[in-house]
Design a protein. Structure first.
Ligand code: SF4
Ligand code: SF4
Ligand code: SF4
Ligand code: SF4
Lengths: 337, 262
């Protein structure tokens, strides 16, 4: 791994150059009280100071609604216009935190566990991730409890750590990061040998033992803990929609007479409609069953089937929840003797 | 808080109620909490920071069906309770209500009459921010207003937290879930997001307490409660206040305006 230095001034110039090279920039922007990812046209709109964006960066690879294909009916024939990856942009995702960069791992494993998902993979392949290590956190962050950390480089192509007011340590992590670095190397300088990254990172206390959570959860399928935890959950989609690893979607038809589009859009296991059968039966008829599914999927089924925990500890679900279903508090309940 | 706790304990012990819906300490502010056993009542709190509208739980079948319910109620929760009574969603002898007096003392309300009386004595919390926003939006030209709502609603990702948080959104099948015919496209897009909000607010006409829970729930900060607030204002201006017969748009008066019927 290469270690370099980049000043804030150079970084901004570098990002401008990236834009003039035709690469789209997806980055945090502050608007009122909230900071969120957006495609930006001016690097002056960038926000470096938020603990966390409201939504994760996943929409850049898995948009909240996306056209999968279009069709035209002609007499007895149907003409298909398949998904066209050639129009997809090259995107630099800048300023995401380690918990978001690492989130593309579980997300990608869901989109490739049987069928290789073309739209996701085509978008993902055009992304470069330059993350920002965390020097600030809040009480909802728990990355260190799920195997991550404020300086975790997994998933990032390049990671920047703010080491002074106006400069960053740049770690070049992947081959893609290196290609990117080679292309823009004139903006970087050599990094001093003695920079110790850890000294600049925020400390995040470990809140629970994840192996224990996985083990206990698997045994507790029939327990009343789910009912107890989920009583106040009102069954919206906020937690799933802000989460970097939630991948559930619905398929819908946008039909206009003889033409139409097949649309994929976000869905959530928290909705009652999610498992409603045409017969009227709903195998997950109560909110506690849906809450159990959400947690079991992330902390039991995914580790078991995809060898990856379905949570990066970003804390977004807990920040977004209208009734304060604090996930790490609930996970702590699975650590008992 | 001791008054609250002992009050709830005795309601549970003498079986006046089976479950109490109140607040407990939350991560940043108080959050909903449920107590069915007297010994669990110790976690309950009730103060001016307890702002979430608990009336939303009164129609949650898996929580309250067949049970006698006690609930901690702020101004808007009381308003919603009356609206829910108007729509025959609550049973009087199955409900006990705890409110706070101006001095912060615990008060127990045992009948619909008492709720109505108490609500008359209370003053509505100030809505300075909302008023200011509504004035700003009212002053916009049509195209400015269009641009404002287009920008705001472009962020909506149809998580339906606004619906889930609203005490009056208790339909078991929401219009957005009906697919034959599909009135509203279920995927997020600026226009279908507008369709969703227009339908939500129209369905609230005359039924909305103006509590603002919808806007507070929106994770992406779309001020949709302004739509509810504006609608509540428009209903009041044009059709007056609800009377003892029920809410404004569910009741008929011979002198109701008809000039909006095309
Ligand atoms: S479950 Fe919550 S904390 Fe975990 S990754 Fe998703 S949003 Fe973040
Ligand atoms: S946990 Fe919170 S955000 Fe998630 S469905 Fe329940 S109420 Fe909504
Ligand atoms: S303000 Fe919003 S949440 Fe409250 S009753 Fe009206 S529509 Fe429902
Ligand atoms: S809560 Fe906000 S984002 Fe969610 S459906 Fe309502 S308006 Fe859209």
């Amino acid at each position: 791994m290469k270690r370099k230095y980049i000043s804030r001034h150079s970084l901004m110039n570098c990002l401008k150059k990236v834009q003039t090279d035709g690469i789209s920039l997806y980055a945090p922007v502050t608007r009122g009280e909230q900071t969120d990812f957006r495609f930006i046209t001016s690097v002056d709109d960038l926000s470096f100071d938020s603990v966390q964006t409201v939504r994760s960066a996943k929409a850049v690879a898995f948009p909240c609604s996306e056209k999968l294909f279009s069709y035209t009916k002609e007499k007895n024939d149907v003409q298909l216009q398949d998904y066209n990856p050639d129009v997809l942009p090259e995107v630099l995702v800048f300023g995401l935190h380690p918990c978001d960069a690492v989130g593309f791992g579980p997300l990608g494993s869901i989109f490739n566990w049987d069928t290789q998902d073309k739209p996701y993979n085509e978008r993902r392949k055009r992304l470069t991730l330059i993350s920002l290590a965390c020097t600030r956190a809040d009480e909802y962050c728990f990355c260190t409890s799920v195997g991550g950390g404020p300086g975790n480089t997994e998933g990032s192509d390049i990671q920047l750590t703010p080491i002074q007011e106006d400069g960053y340590l740049a770690e070049i992590i992947t081959d893609k990061g290196n290609e990117w670095y080679e292309k823009y190397s004139s903006f970087f300088e050599e990094a001093a040998e003695d920079i110790r990254k850890e000294n600049y990172l925020v400390e995040i206390p470990v809140k629970f033992n994840i192996e224990e959570v996985e083990r206990k959860m698997t045994e507790l399928f029939e327990s009343d803990i789910w009912q107890l935890q989920s009583e106040r959950c009102i069954g919206c989609g906020a937690c799933a929609f802000v989460c970097p690893t939630c991948a559930c979607f619905d398929i819908q038809e946008d039909a206009h007479g003889n033409t139409g589009n097949r649309i994929r859009c976000w869905d959530s296991c928290g909705f009652a409609l999610f498992t409603l059968h045409t017969s009227g039966d709903n195998p997950r008829s109560t909110q506690s069953q849906r809450w159990r599914q959400r947690l079991m999927h992330k902390f039991s089924y995914m580790p078991e089937r995809l060898t990856v925990v379905g949570c990066t500890g970003c804390g977004r679900c807990s920040r977004a929840c209208p009734v304060d279903m604090n996930l790490s508090d609930n996970l702590k309940m699975f650590n008992y003797e | 808080m001791n008054d609250l706790i002992s009050q709830v304990q005795s309601l549970l012990e003498n079986k006046t109620i089976d479950i109490f819906i109140g607040y407990e300490k939350g991560t940043r502010k108080p959050r909903p909490a449920f107590v069915s056993k007297a010994e669990e009542a110790g976690k309950l709190i009730f103060n001016e920071n307890c702002s979430g509208n608990l009336a939303v739980y009164l129609t949650r079948k898996d929580l309250v069906e067949g049970k006698k319910v006690g609930i901690a109620a702020s101004y808007y929760t009381l308003k919603n309770i009356i609206l829910l009574f108007d729509e025959n969603q609550l049973k009087e002898d199955h409900l006990r209500i705890i409110t706070l007096s101006e001095k912060g003392e615990i008060q127990l309300l045992q009948s619909l009459e008492e709720i109505k009386q108490r609500l008359k004595e209370m003053s509505a919390p100030a809505k300075a921010d909302e008023e200011e926003w509504v004035r700003k939006i009212d002053a916009m030209t049509v195209s400015e207003r269009w641009a404002f709502w287009t920008e705001e609603l472009s962020r909506c990702f149809k998580c339906y937290a606004c619906r889930a948080a609203c005490p009056m959104c208790y339909c078991t099948k929401c219009i957005v879930e009906i697919n034959r015919p599909q009135w509203i496209q279920p995927w997020a897009s600026v226009f279908s997001n507008m369709d969703w909000q227009i339908n939500r607010v129209m369905h609230m006409a005359g039924r909305c307490s103006d509590c603002g829970a919808c806007g507070a729930a929106c994770p992406v900060g779309i001020p949709i409660h302004l739509l509810s607030h504006k609608m509540a204002e428009a209903v009041k201006e044009n059709f007056g206040e609800p009377d003892e017969k029920g809410n404004v748009l569910s009741t008929f008066k011979p002198d109701d305006k008809e000039n909006f019927i095309v």
